[in-house]
Design a protein around this ligand. Structure first.
Ligand code: ATP
Ligand code: MG
Length: 319
């Protein structure tokens, strides 16, 4: 079946500093372009896990745009609702990493093709068959047009009986925290699952402790909170349960995209109706493999690679 999981939002290329601790504001070497955009990394990972999926978004009619669309197509994403505009250039993000684990971005998005998603790309017929629509806070933050389109897509999917998954994916560089809380509220109150990092949960709930913040987020409406804890794995919260699921030991090369790949594993698990612990373990394996390669989307593993990691770690093969 076409498009069981669909995502909508920014498509962009990432240009990254070759070495750590090189600020963006000095001359130096960059590598890339790499296909990127948080919702794009998510959907690419879903496709590589073997699930029918599609994407709604926009690129410019240029080589960066072609690189992204060809990459998604190659991995199995339905790109029928990706538009290519000749009067806008493809979105670009420049990124650098520091040895303390922090990173810094310069985004060329709001006025690029990434920020131009049109009403007619939100096709009710297409979306009414979707089981999960995955939304990212970064997509709600690009500009008001995109935000309205994301809300509309969410309404269409919900009205047709589908579910919403939401990664707050806060980028305080794009919008302040108060505004992020305000624009996240309509999605938080209508989604099935929220997948925040500890910092994001704390910012959204306005509390100092990630566990307390996750419990508080449940009160906003979602049935499940999947709290991402980096190399410590993930914690899953529902009204009844709290499940702590350990990670897999891997060598971290590039952490970008781990959260998006985790989301893909978890939503695929929910789609398949797995118990939450099994979905989280699978998602932890997808996230762990994602950090083993340089580039935002390059580490998105195939189902075979995930199963190999699960088997090697002593867990029985999941599918
Ligand atoms: P980002 O926004 O950079 O994509 P995030 O903060 O949303 O990341 P993380 O918690 O960094 O998400 O990573 C998501 C999941 O991937 C974790 O919950 C964990 O299961 C797995 N993971 C991430 N980093 C590692 C690591 N170094 N070793 C093992 N597993 C990891
Ligand atoms: Mg994240």
């Amino acid at each position: 079946m076409r498009g069981q999981i669909v995502s909508i939002g920014e498509l962009l290329v990432e240009i990254m500093r070759e070495k750590v601790d090189q600020p963006l504001g000095v001359a130096g070497t960059f590598i890339g372009p790499f296909a990127s955009g948080a919702p794009a990394i998510f959907i690419d990972a879903v496709a590589r896990l073997g699930v029918n999926c599609g994407f709604i978004g926009t690129v410019g009619k240029d080589d960066f745009g072609r690189l992204i669309v060809e990459r998604l197509k190659r991995d199995g994403v339905d790109t029928a609702y990706i538009r290519s505009l000749s009067d806008y250039t493809t979105g670009v993000a420049f990124v650098t990493y520091f040895s303390d684990g922090s990173r810094k971005f310069i985004y060329h998005l709001p006025r690029a093709a990434s920020g131009k998603i049109y009403e007619d790309q939100v096709d009710s017929d297409y979306l009414s068959k979707v089981k999960y629509l995955h939304l990212m806070g970064s997509s709600l933050s690009i500009n008001e047009e995109c935000r309205k389109i994301c809300y509309k897509a969410a309404r269409v999917v919900k009205d047709a009986g589908g579910k919403i998954s939401f990664d707050p994916n806060l980028r305080p560089e794009l919008l302040g925290i108060e505004k992020i809380r305000e624009i996240s509220e309509p999605i938080l109150s209508s989604c099935e699952v929220v997948l925040p990092s500890g910092e994001e949960a704390k910012m959204l709930a306005g509390t100092e402790d990630a566990e307390e913040a996750s419990q508080k987020l449940l009160e906003y409406g979602p049935k499940i909170i999947a709290l991402k804890r980096g190399k410590e794995g993930s914690w899953i919260f529902t009204a009844k349960d709290k499940i702590k699921v350990p990670s897999f030991p891997v060598k971290e090369i590039d952490p970008t995209g781990a959260g998006d790949c985790f989301d893909a594993g978890f939503v695929v698990g929910l789609l398949k109706g797995w118990p939450l612990e099994k979905a989280a373990r699978f998602a932890n394996a997808v996230g762990a493999l994602a950090v083993t390669k340089k580039g935002p989307m390059e580490g998105a593993p195939t189902l075979e690679e995930v199963n190999r990691l699960l088997k090697d770690s002593g867990a029985c093969q999941i599918i």
